[in-house]
Structure formats: C-alpha cells, structure tokens
Design a protein around this ligand. Sequence first.
Ligand code: SF4
Length: 470
Amino acid sequence: MRIACLMVDGSHAAAWGGVGAILGAKNLKAIAAPPSSPNSAPSSDFLELARRLVWKLKASEAASVLRRAGTHGMAAAGGWSGGAPASVRNLQDEYWPVQKNRLISETAFKAEYEVGRTGCPGCFIRCLHLYRLPNGRLCEGMHANSVRGFGPNWDVCDRRAILEVHAACNALGLDVDGTSATVAWAMEGFEHGWLSAHTWRGSTVRFGDSRQALKLVRQIAHREGLGDLLAEGVSLAAQQVGGAAVKAAMHVKGVGINEQALRSHRAWALGVAVSTRGGGHLGGSPQTENRQLSAEAGASLFGCPAAGDPTAYTGKERLVYWFDAYKAVIDCLGLCYLVYGWYDVALADPGNLCRLLKATGTAELSEGELLTIGHRIVNVERAFNTLHGRMSRRDDYLPERVMSVPVSGGIFSGCRIDRDAFDAMLTKYYALQGWDPATGLQRLPRLQSLGLESAWWRLHQASVIEAQEL
Ligand code: SF4
C-alpha cells in the first residue's frame, strides 16, 4: 500500500508520504531495538531545568486539558471550544451539526470504552486513551485525526465503527489520514457516479456506511477489488479514474489530507499548504488562532497582532515561517510538539531548549542558531521535493473546493479561502524564506546563508533552477 505507515509498539504511527511503503518495497518488515540506558547520569543543571519544565506543564491550562481529554477533546467533535470546524464528507464542508458531534465526543467514547490512559515513555501527561473494543481487545492511540477522519469526513456517528476502523488501521499499518482521504473520495465517487458498483464488481461505499467502510479498509490492506485502487492513495487513484475524480481528490503534494479549519483559519491553512510532507498541520500551522492569542502577545512574540484572529490574513505568513522552523527543531530533538509549545505558546521557548541542550553537554547554541537549524531542515526538505518531485509554487495550494465552497453553518458559516488573499500570503511567506516569489524555487543567497550551497548546485545541475538564478 502506498498509504502504509510505520507502527511503533502497535499504536504510535510514523505516517504520511508512504514511509511504510518504502520499507515494504525493501522487504523490511520490522526494526527491533534493545532497551538501552543513557551513557551517563543527567547533570544537576539538566534535572533542575526538567523539574521547572514539569512545573510549567502542570500549571499550563492547555496541557491540563490535553491530559484530561487528549487531542480528541482538544480538537475533534467541536473540540475544546465546542465550535471547532470539522472535515465533512470528503471536505465538501467544514460544518457538522452539534447533535452529531455530541455522539462522537471524547466524553461519549470515555463513558463507553475507556479502561485507562496511556502515553509515550516518561511523559506524565499520558494524553492517549486506552479503550477496550467490543471484541475484548485493547486499542490505544486514537487521536483527533481518527475521530475527524472516520467520523464527519465519512459522515459516520457510530462510535464503535470509528474505534474499529482506527484499530484496523493500526493492526494493518495504514496511515489514518491517507485512509480517511481515500475512502472519503470513494464515497463521493459513488455518490456522484464517477465510481460505479458495476465497474467494481458490486463493491460500493456510501457516506455514513461505516460497516462497508470497515470492510473496504481491510480490502485496501490486502489489495482486493476496489481496495486495490484505493491502496494507491487518493492522488494516484484519482489519476487512474480521471475526470471529476481528480478534482475530488483531497491532497496536497500527493498526500491525502484529513484536515479541518482550512476555510476559516488562515495561518493554519497556509501551514498545511506549504508543509514539505504534503498536507498536514504538524509543521508551520500554529495553534494561535484556535487559542485566540491576544493581539499584544501576537505582536510581541511573532510580530503578528492578528495571530489569534482565525479569519485575518495579515501577517500570518510570519507565524508559519516561525513554527515551520521551530517544529523542525522539536522533531530533531525527539520532543513532543503537543507539549513543547504548540497548544500553549508560552511553552514554545527556544531559549529553554538551548539551556536544556547545554545542560546535557552536547551543544551550546543561541536561540537564533537553534532556529537556523530548523530553517536548514525545512530548506533541505524543500530542495528534496523540488529535486525528486519537481515541486514548486503550484504544489503549495489547497484543494480548489476550500476556495470555492464556503462553510455551510456554525460560527464560521460562509468562510472560504479567498484565492487572491491566499496568493498574497504565500508570496510574503516566500519572501521570508528567501525563495523566488513567482515559482517558489529556492535561491542561492538563502541557501548560502544556511550553508546549503551544495543543495542549490544539485538543483541547478538537475536543471530544476534556471540559469538566471546565478
Ligand atoms: S509525549 Fe506527547 S503524544 Fe506522548 S503522551 Fe505525552 S503529550 Fe501525549
């Protein structure tokens, strides 16, 4: 399957971009690592910094909601605010009635299925619910994405079905976002007639049909019938079908998206569009809009007074530019973005990361040097996409329907992305990155300033960057 992911300990997934498919193509089934311990005891400075960080986390309102309700309670089914948008029926809309949201709320799941909480090793937040399935097996790791992707995006309110699909994806090594996008696309196809049961030997799947969707998920993993087409992922499957199917494929850079708030939250949308891994919010998309960061905090932290105003466009490129680099740093330090400043901006503190690094005796860096490492990572990934995928500005856009079809109800009723305003925001983002505004291609001065001339020469030799850039 091209939408295969890597599963760690049965429930933690490294997904998007077909990383599981790559290992599968190499006949690599699994990697086992023996437990190890650190070479030396942590220094007293490190322990003191860690103690202070735990104190800050315990005092953080966002972290306490995460601890109590997980990302399900924070972001799915109306979320923390009760007004969070959803991805509805293959992203044809972002409004789902509150009555439906209630059926799949975190508290509804908790009352019926929760037998405990779990989390990553050493983390006291333990944001993951441990559920017991009707068949008696345990299931963990159901984040907001599974709830959104197998709930509103398939128009399914059946808690048991959502849980079973999530558990099946974990067991079969399927990326939940790619699976949601691909099956939702097929549902729309049968609804609009560009997929037919006749062609697929009686196979069909409709919005709201959770039993058939679960069956289809298993067929994807075994490449049976319609599942063989869907195992290609939504972008390639749509190209095989052609016509209206291509427009209905919800993806960015070929990676199926399972997103919400694209029509109403501008920085969020830009972050998803420019993500180097394809459509996803775990890059430059900030939480400042959801958290309604004050104008004063937005101005002083990011030079963006509108940071907390979801529908404003002004200055949002600055947020994405900063969070792109910050998230890359968090990733390469092996830390969790959820607690290190995504949900609570007060915890997004590069200075503290520098102090922690210094206390480990591994590196002494200034905040600027640390963020430069993040920018370097983003630029290497961007160069990889350009070199191997011939990607450019045209690949930094969201599906057309989020620009043309407004939200039908709720507090963001009528919202959609204005194409001209998005274009302007994207151009300003490129200016911050030092990339060409017309093409989105990287320029030599910026890559030189990051010590990445070799990447530019690779691109140039492959004739991806034109000679006039010299
Ligand atoms: S490390 Fe992050 S994802 Fe893991 S349990 Fe803690 S908060 Fe949740």
